[in-house]
Design a protein around this ligand. Structure first.
Ligand SMILES: Nc1ncnc2c1ncn2[C@@H]1O[C@H](COP(=O)(O)OP(=O)(O)O)[C@@H](O)[C@H]1O
Ligand SMILES: [Mg+2]
Length: 274
């Protein structure tokens, strides 16, 4: 699985680095003082900063790992199985020798995002931070999974736009509210129905289902039976494999970044046009 990348002439690489390596948000320069200085820029409240190019190229890391970094963004109601299926998928990938990272909603709220609540504003900041962290992992070559309700389309689109083409795969856990409410593993729906929790997604806060998710995970099989987490994880694994994420990036792939054909009915991507 792991192939050692050839040693690189780092100085030559840096010299040859295209300007496009700089992130899209690093616009404008601060060149008020004349002199042989490197130009800097302002991004948000961060002044006089300069993007430092990666010493080891992303593709070299991906070749080492035999996979392509990506962000699998699980979204769905509380209790829809985001954590369970993402966790099952992570184990399946690990067993096959893949380097993964799983950022889970509740876990991240124990640390990085413990200062955030559940207002629309805080939810947006929660997603923004997770998106940025997920991008860093993907940039290091990891098959990165995130499991957050992420109920608002605009917040998810914000993350998608921050990712490179083909790097962001939205995984919609298409589980009806009734099923989630019946599972209610943490008793949260019961509390929300009783008015003890406010702003609960699906009850008194909206969930905006994705319009064009790359992968749709349906609740029921053809016989109307609830599918198992393993079955769902295997569906996603198959898509990842088919799209070339689980192979050395030098190998021919079935698809090209930025040319994803989406098919909603069965969650399988259609390569016929590629
Ligand atoms: N595909 C499934 N079939 C049956 N039960 C499931 C399935 N996925 C999840 N569950 C159960 O539903 C509950 C909620 O899952 P969880 O992964 O915590 O949801 P979320 O992370 O979306 O809030 C758990 O008790 C889990 O065992
Ligand atoms: Mg969860």
């Amino acid at each position: 699985m792991c192939q050692q990348a050839a040693p690189r002439d780092v100085s030559a690489q840096a010299a040859a680095a295209p300007a496009a390596v700089a992130p899209p948000h690093a616009v404008g320069t601060n060149n008020a003082v004349a002199g042989p200085h490197l130009s800097t820029t302002d991004v948000g409240n961060s002044t006089n900063i300069r993007w430092h190019d990666s010493m080891v190229a992303r593709t070299d890391k991906e070749m080492l790992l035999g996979q392509r970094g990506c962000v699998l963004w699980f979204t769905g109601l509380s209790g829809s199985g985001k954590s369970t299926v993402a966790c099952t998928l992570e184990h399946l990938l690990h067993e096959r020798g893949h380097f993964t990272s799983l950022l889970d909603g509740d876990n991240i709220r124990h640390g990085l995002n413990k200062d955030l609540g559940f207002s629309a504003e805080d939810r947006a900041e929660n997603i923004r931070r997770i998106g940025e962290v997920a991008r860093l992992f993907a940039d290091a070559g990891a098959i990165t999974m995130t499991s957050f309700i992420s109920p608002y389309r605009a917040d998810r689109e914000m993350v998608r736009e921050r990712c490179n083409a083909g790097e962001f795969l939205e995984v919609f856990m298409n589980i009806p509210l009734e099923v989630c409410e019946q599972r209610d593993p943490k008793g949260l729906y019961k509390k929300a129905r009783a008015g003890l929790i406010k702003n609960f997604t699906g009850i008194d806060d909206p969930y905006e289902a994705p319009l064009e998710p790359e992968i749709v995970v349906d609740c029921f099989d053809a016989d109307g039976q609830q599918r198992s987490p393993r079955d769902m994880a295997e569906q996603i694994l198959e898509v990842l494999d088919g799209m070339g994420y689980l192979r050395d990036p030098r190998m021919p792939t079935l698809t090209a970044y930025g040319a994803l054909q989406r098919k909603h009915s069965d969650g399988i991507l259609d390569f016929a046009q590629l």
